[in-house]
Write a protein that binds this ligand. Structure first.
Ligand code: F6P
Length: 319
């Protein structure tokens, strides 16, 4: 490859900017021309592509969001949209593309790869729901935000001897709830991957107060249902009225943690090196500390395994 482009797509995540910076600077270091596509696949279709230099990515490593902006683009799901995107890259002589995003973004990258564009996917999503990588860019920051919020809730819950239902993001994946729940000592963690029994949840909460606990926190991944509904069901069963907090998009903003910046820097540089080596149609990841590549086709057809051991540990320790 001589000319590569980078785009961010799908829901944004903290550390996407650090990844863009790494792709641009690593590409330039290796003598490539590097381009950026604005607004994800929508920009690819609309030909919103510009050349980058070293300074184009200055002062962004510490910023949340993505300077390239992002979109969930329906038109790109059609074969015509994909062809137009590939043509817009080709007319500039761009033959390599790094896509930073989640599951949907990988599907787009997979299509482009089948149209002859050399593609590399980088896992950028707070959800940590991409298989063949232990971590996604943004997950560490999102978990830190949730832990910080629960610390604050605990203060006021303890003063009033109250319970809290906290709804966090994760449409199909309970990792944010699991990791934040273990790290903050939440009494109950509800995730889409594990069946739950509301009678047991309500009993556990009542038991928490009987055992002398001064608060009881139920962490709900949005894939399970609305925090408000869970709280109402608990009240029906035990008479306790938990306060509900929905953390929402706050989880997707703010400065990335050093872990996310380092992960993004490593993965961005790795993706460029793999393209230079001639690799294509791959998703980059990190497994047990090692940078890895897996066929995007395999990744989009697999599901991330849920860490049940960690889930059981969180349950045991929050007695
Ligand atoms: O996929 C990331 C994510 O933040 C999910 O956790 C959440 O369900 C969704 O995006 C929210 O999407 P939107 O940006 O469309 O509100």
């Amino acid at each position: 490859v001589k000319k590569i482009a980078v785009l961010t797509s799908g829901g944004d995540s903290q550390g996407m900017n650090a990844a863009v910076r790494a792709v641009v600077r690593s590409g330039l270091f290796h003598g490539l021309e590097v381009y950026a596509v604005q607004r994800g696949y929508a920009g690819l279709i609309n030909d919103d592509i510009r050349q980058m230099d070293l300074r184009s990515v200055g002062d962004i490593i510490q910023r949340g969001g993505t300077i390239l902006q992002t979109a969930r683009c329906k038109e790109f799901m059609t074969p015509e949209g994909q062809q137009l995107g590939a043509d817009n890259l080709r007319k500039r002589g761009i033959d390599g593309l790094v896509v930073i995003g989640g599951d949907g973004s990988y599907q787009g990258a997979n299509k482009l790869s089948k149209l002859g564009i050399k593609t590399m996917g980088l896992p950028g999503t707070i959800d940590n729901d991409i298989p063949f990588t232990d971590l996604t860019i943004g997950f560490d920051t999102a978990v830190s935000i949730v832990v910080d919020a629960i610390n604050k809730l605990r203060d006021t819950m303890s003063s009033h001897e109250r319970s809290s239902v906290v709804e966090v993001m994760g449409r199909h994946c309970g990792d944010i709830a699991l990791y934040a729940g273990l790290a903050s000592g939440a009494e109950t963690i509800l995730v889409p991957e594990v069946p739950y029994d509301l009678d047991e949840v309500a009993q556990r909460m009542a038991g928490n107060f009987e055992q002398g606990k001064r608060h009881s926190i139920v962490l709900v991944a949005e894939g399970v249902g609305k925090g408000e509904d869970i709280a109402n069901e608990i009240t029906k069963r035990n008479g306790i009225e938990p306060r509900v907090t929905v953390l929402g998009h706050i989880q997707r903003g703010g400065a990335p943690t050093h872990n996310d910046r380092i992960l993004a820097s490593n993965l961005g540089d790795f993706a460029v090196r793999k393209l230079i080596e001639g690799d294509s149609g791959k998703a980059c990841g990190i497994i047990k500390g090692e940078l890895t590549v897996t066929d995007i086709d395999t990744v989009v057809h697999s599901k991330k395994e849920f860490n049940l051991e960690l889930y059981e540990l969180a349950k045991r320790l929050s007695q």
